[in-house]
Design a protein around this ligand. Structure first.
Ligand code: WT7
Length: 642
């Protein structure tokens, strides 16, 4: 039995939920009478028309549902305008440049003006309610302004992580049929300038829908504008652009954004989130799980290209009138102390990062931490992958000085917001446990045959009913939405994770059951990397599985069969890694590439990845081998294991 960490008394006294009994009392209400519960919670947002009902199955077989369907609202209004009465001078955004040399503060009033102006710029380019806008930007304030401006005028934003390569960018812009693209001339990475323009031009070749491009000058390349290209600064400062822009009235179920991610299918899929339910859900989870109070300074290290950035750098915090720290850079540049320096200089109270970051900074020992005053911290968050006990203790003892609760948040792009995470003033913490579900979330651990797992028995984690922040569909592919999330357990949502629950009702997330690999907390579909590999002329077949990596958590192990006559060499391995990087992005490069003669297969020719996964994990637990037609492959592959 691992040690438990009860909540700190002083923390609990000020917390929204002060004890586990109080949590259970509210949780019970949220499950027994969700309609009343969520309508009550909905009062925390400003609606144009307040909804009269909360959840509704429109078509249960097809999993079509709505939240607050007769309500109307605007997400940008809730993140910006409504705060002007309360505290317009409050800092909304503190931006810190990649080299830590520059800091920009934007208060709510300024944010309002910038967003209103940029909304008018978008309108002047013909963007209307329902149009899609693709955004490919580094971590600069314009990214948040662009997202909020889309929400203001009812355009659907589709942010593309600015580390993806040409084919991936292209797929995502084309698939969304975006009308406008917002990008920059480049970005700074590790002290170097990365040019975006060449890639963007390649990605837009043959694209029929983009009518204009707005470019932010971040790295000051000497750019000549082409037709239908505009500079952000010139547009926003133009005399014709007014400072006033009304917020569009949106139905609660109107789309707010599409966010593409990787999964078990070859092509990236666009997760679609809608307005009212999503906003309320991230507003509430941010408030309760981070126990956010108005004076707190909040620093989230995620990139806005991922859901964490959408939900917990923009919509959750800003709808709570938060002061958000946005850092353009990475934890190891200019040196490995940049996060600690930011926490000290900006008196950060809540710090939200990923286990991979903790592990990568652990390497440098405690010394760098000792140089900084981290006293302001009151809460530490974790996201993206299971946090191993070693990292948990290091984070707890050294960063949090043994006094900050660790809020381990389990959720997905699809869930919109936290599903299982501690209420920090109420729960005993156990390293590695995401603890208990948020209000309204009915979680269950089920075996493959639908029976309930015993206490402590690992099995599938499902959620029994939709919650307000849940995705509504996969953009332009509702059938895929049904197939991926609703086919294994009929009426229950299954995202692909394995977990167990202990006698206290605390959940421990073990990891993915499907072919999603979490590399440094980033989600990469094995099949996407496999198709990138076989698109190289030297590769005949490929199978990609995770292996345990000290810092990244998981990394990718590729087993490949080369084409006739091709011989492996260090150069070829490097070429293949580069090839994957060009097809998808540097984050998808396999760490290990092993050439094999044959892959373990079934009689119908399907690769049995679970065997490869066992080999990569140094495990003998291959599972059922009765369908394996070529058992000799196991020993052959093991013999040359990297
Ligand atoms: C998958 C979702 C969560 C937002 C960022 C990643 C894994 C996420 C945890 C956690 C254990 C976690 C799961 C999940 N995961 N958080 N606290 N403990 N596993 O979102 O890219 O959609 O990935 O990440 O496997 O299903 P995502």
């Amino acid at each position: 039995m691992s040690k438990e960490y009860p909540p700190d008394k002083n923390f609990s006294e000020k917390a929204y939920v002060k004890s586990v009994e109080e949590y259970y009392e509210i949780y019970k209400r949220s499950i027994e009478d969700p309609n009343t519960f969520w309508l009550e919670k909905a009062k925390d947002l400003d609606w144009i028309k307040f909804p009269t009902k909360s959840f509704n199955w429109i078509n249960k077989d097809r999993k079509v549902f709505s939240w607050f369907e007769d309500g109307t609202i605007n997400a940008c209004y809730n993140c910006v305008d409504r705060h002007l009465k309360e505290d317009s001078e409050k800092t909304a955004l503190t931006w810190i440049s990649h080299d830590l040399k520059e800091t920009k503060k934007i208060n709510y009033k300024q944010l309002h003006e910038l967003v209103s102006k940029f909304s008018n710029v978008l309108k002047s380019k013909g963007v209307k309610k329902g149009d899609r806008v693709s955004i490919y930007l580094p971590m600069i304030p314009e990214l948040i302004i662009a997202v909020l401006s889309c929400a203001r005028i009812g355009a659907v934003h589709s942010v593309i992580f600015a580390g993806y390569s040409v084919p991936t960018i292209k797929d995502r812009i084309d698939f969304a049929e975006s009308k406008l693209l917002i990008t920059s001339d480049g970005s700074y990475r590790n002290g170097k300038v990365i040019n975006f323009i060449e890639d963007i031009n390649l990605a837009l070749e043959g694209n029929p829908t983009i009518e204009s491009k707005i470019i932010i000058r971040r790295v000051n390349l000497d750019l000549q504008l082409k037709e239908n290209e505009y500079f952000w600064d010139q547009e926003i400062n133009s005399e014709n652009i007014s400072k006033d822009c009304d917020c569009e009235t949106m139905k609660a179920e109107d789309p707010l954004f599409i966010l593409f991610n990787s999964g078990t299918v070859e092509k990236p899929k666009g997760t679609l989130h809608t307005t009212g339910g999503y906003l309320l859900y991230v507003n509430q989870t941010f408030k309760y799980n981070f126990d956010y109070h108005k004076s707190d300074v909040y620093f989230c290290t995620a990139d806005i290209g991922w859901i964490t950035g959408h939900s917990y750098m923009i919509y959750g915090p800003l709808s709570n009138l938060a002061n958000v720290i946005m850092f353009e850079g990475i934890p190891t540049y200019p040196d490995n102390e940049s996060y600690w320096k930011i926490i000290q200089d900006h008196k950060v109270n809540i710090f939200y990062t990923a286990p991979t970051v903790v592990r990568s900074l652990m390497r440098f020992g405690k010394e760098p931490l000792k140089k900084y005053n981290l006293e302001s911290l009151k809460l530490l968050g974790s996201v993206g992958e299971p946090i191993n006990p070693e990292a948990w203790f290091w984070y707890y003892e050294n960063v949090g000085n043994g006094k900050c609760p660790i809020v381990d948040t389990w959720w997905q792009t699809e869930s919109g917001g936290f599903l299982i995470a501690p209420f920090p003033g109420a729960f005993n913490l156990k390293p590695g446990f995401a603890t208990k579900p948020f209000f309204g979330i009915e979680a269950e651990i089920l075996r493959d045959d639908f029976s309930k797992a015993e206490i402590d028995e690992p099995a599938n984690i499902v959620i029994k009913k939709p919650w307000p922040g849940m995705m509504r569909t996969i953009y332009k592919d509702h059938q895929l939405f049904l197939d991926i999330y609703w086919s294994k357990f009929k009426d229950y949502y299954f995202c692909g994770d394995r977990a167990k629950v202990d006698k206290d009702g605390d959940y421990f997330i073990i990891g993915r059951l499907d072919d999603v690999i979490k590399v440094s907390g980033h989600r990469i579909g094995a099949s996407e990397v496999e198709s990138a590999l076989v698109s190289n002329k030297n590769v005949g077949e490929a199978a990609v599985v995770p292996f345990l990596h000290k810092i990244k958590g998981q990394a990718m192990y590729a087993f490949i069969i080369l084409r006739e006559g091709i011989v492996i060499s260090d150069n070829l391995v490097e070429e293949l890694r580069e090839h994957v990087s060009k097809e998808i992005g540097p984050i998808a490069k396999p760490d290990k590439i092993q050439v094999v003669k044959a892959l373990p297969k079934t009689s119908s020719g399907k690769i049995i990845r679970r065997i490869l996964r066992a080999i990569a994990y140094d495990s003998e637990d291959y599972g059922d081998l009765s369908t394996l037609v070529n058992p000799e492959t196991i020993e052959q592959i093991k013999l040359k294991k990297l």
